[in-house]
Design a protein around this ligand. Structure first.
Ligand code: ZN
Length: 82
């Protein structure tokens, strides 16, 4: 089973939170192993989340986090049409 970059981005939030089921985690890892672009997105997303966590005891509010993912997704998809 192969997924597209767009699929990966949809799973990314859950992947980082380790809330994906085993099968999807494997699929996501498989994609990340072969897709440089998605690894870059994953890295910057994780760094942003870690920064937020370092500066406060609370997690990023869901709404703000969703916006972050939306921005990443928009930037990413703009770079890779199709
Ligand atoms: Zn990808």
């Amino acid at each position: 089973m192969a997924i597209t970059c767009e699929d990966l981005l949809q799973y990314l939030s859950d992947y980082i939170d380790q809330e994906l089921d085993e099968e999807l985690t494997e699929v996501a890892q498989e994609h990340l192993a072969t897709c440089h672009n998605c690894r870059v997105v994953l890295d910057s997303t994780q760094q942003t989340i870690f920064l937020f966590r370092e500066h406060g005891p609370r997690q990023i509010p869901a709404q703000r986090r969703q916006r972050l993912f939306d921005q990443l997704q928009a930037a990413f998809l703009a770079k890779e049409p199709g």
